[in-house]
Design a protein around this ligand. Structure first.
Ligand SMILES: Cc1cc2nc3c(=O)[nH]c(=O)nc-3n(C[C@H](O)[C@H](O)[C@H](O)COP(=O)(O)O)c2cc1C
Ligand code: SF4
Length: 351
């Protein structure tokens, strides 16, 4: 393997291989606070040999929650618990970023907000998001900035803005969702750029600030446009995934060898020199190696692979079978103890 186990640097941060465990929310937090179970989970993942871990979507305010038991970073007294995750991961020689997140209209808030009114049909509920006022925008931008400060104080090596999968930043960037007529509608990237600019003022230069961006938001052309803008404004990495699920035009040749999200990462990498991560369906070391070689992306994200086998990277390095995710329709790892091989291991380790 001439790529997968080579070192990589983002700024001054050394990443020992090209394997990143991307954010995955697991409902273990208590009212936004870190629990022992959260810490143990990250410790186990860090022992597994990945070069980088990005902590699950961690909410910047209570209104932005996507689930009751999601982690939070909206109060200073949450920093102590977050430090325990950081320390547990660092002790294993692995860097860690935290993904900071607001769900916007797709969250659990009783009165969800959105850049402009949008009817969202979720599982078991239909809501129409209230259009954000300018004051709402400023307040939420401040919450992102404060969350970044807390992340720095907790000792994370960097943050990832959650900018995809239909959450608030994705709602701004997708012009099928964001119908505002002001500057945040005409140039919606401003919402992110203003946050980025303020974060840069309060954290040292070495602190890494990246974004998880929808490659199709709603089209690949828009994905490339945003990636280039964020590169120009100094984003440190682009982790490319899907955009707003009901509002994407995915136009990928049928014979493309990898997932559509990998296609988006490959296309974006052709237009930027900023580090790009690819994700989705990368379920073996051989495939990870091939994608690095052929698409020229810099890191591969192994998500469900690490759920079923937290030791994925070490096993890949040793040439062992890394295990097989069953690709269930809608991964509900935490709820499917009888189905998911990963859940079985988790329960066994806990016992
Ligand atoms: C249980 C679970 C929770 C997830 N939570 C997040 C999250 O917090 N933030 C995020 O950006 N993506 C989240 N994802 C998406 C994954 O990071 C990843 O993009 C997706 O699982 C595809 O990669 P894979 O094929 O390697 O699993 C989650 C996925 C799963 C299975
Ligand atoms: S619940 Fe299914 S899809 Fe999710 S990690 Fe387990 S086997 Fe894979």
């Amino acid at each position: 393997m001439k790529n997968l186990f080579t070192e990589f640097n983002i700024k001054n941060l050394k990443i020992k291989n090209r394997i990143c465990i991307p954010p995955m929310v697991v409902p273990l937090a208590e009212e936004g606070y870190v629990t022992t179970a959260n810490v143990e989970r990250y410790k186990e993942l860090a022992k597994g040999g990945a070069g980088l871990i990005i902590q699950e979507a961690t909410c910047i305010n209570e209104d932005g929650l996507l689930a009751k038991k999601q982690l939070g970073i909206w109060k200073d007294d949450q920093i102590e618990g977050l430090k325990n995750i950081v320390n547990a991961v660092h002790e294993e020689g692995c860097p860690i970023f935290v993904q900071i997140h607001h769900a916007g209209v797709v969250g659990i808030s009783e009165e969800p907000i959105c850049p402009s009114p949008y009817k969202y049909e979720g599982i078991g509920r239909t809501v129409i998001g209230r259009e954000m006022t300018k004051d709402d925008i400023k307040k939420i931008q401040k919450d992102y900035i404060e969350a970044a400060r807390r992340a720095y104080e907790a000792g994370y090596d960097g943050i990832e803005l959650h900018g995809c999968h239909g959450y608030l930043i994705s709602q701004f960037l997708n012009n099928r969702v964001n119908k505002r007529t002001d500057e945040y509608g005409k140039n919606p990237e401003i919402f992110v750029l203003e946050i980025l600019e303020e974060i840069r003022k309060i954290v040292p230069k070495e602190f890494i600030v990246g974004i998880r961006l929808g490659g199709f938001e709603p089209t690949i052309e828009a994905g490339i446009k945003y990636a280039k803008i964020f590169e120009e404004k100094g984003i440190d990495f682009l982790d490319i995934s899907y955009g707003f699920s009901n509002e994407m035009d995915i136009n990928v040749k049928e014979d493309y060898k990898y997932s559509n999200a990998v296609y988006a990462a490959e296309e974006i990498k052709r237009h930027v020199s900023t580090p790009v991560f690819a994700v989705n369906g990368i379920n073996s070391a051989d495939l990870a190696e091939e994608i690095l070689e052929e698409t020229k992306v810099d890191l591969v994200d192994i998500a469900r692979g690490a759920l079923i086998n937290p030791n994925w990277a070490n096993d890949a390095k040793a040439g062992k079978d890394t295990g097989k995710c069953l690709n269930c329709k809608g991964c509900a790892w935490f709820a499917q103890s009888k189905v998911c091989p990963g859940r079985v291991v988790f329960e066994r380790n806990k016992a």
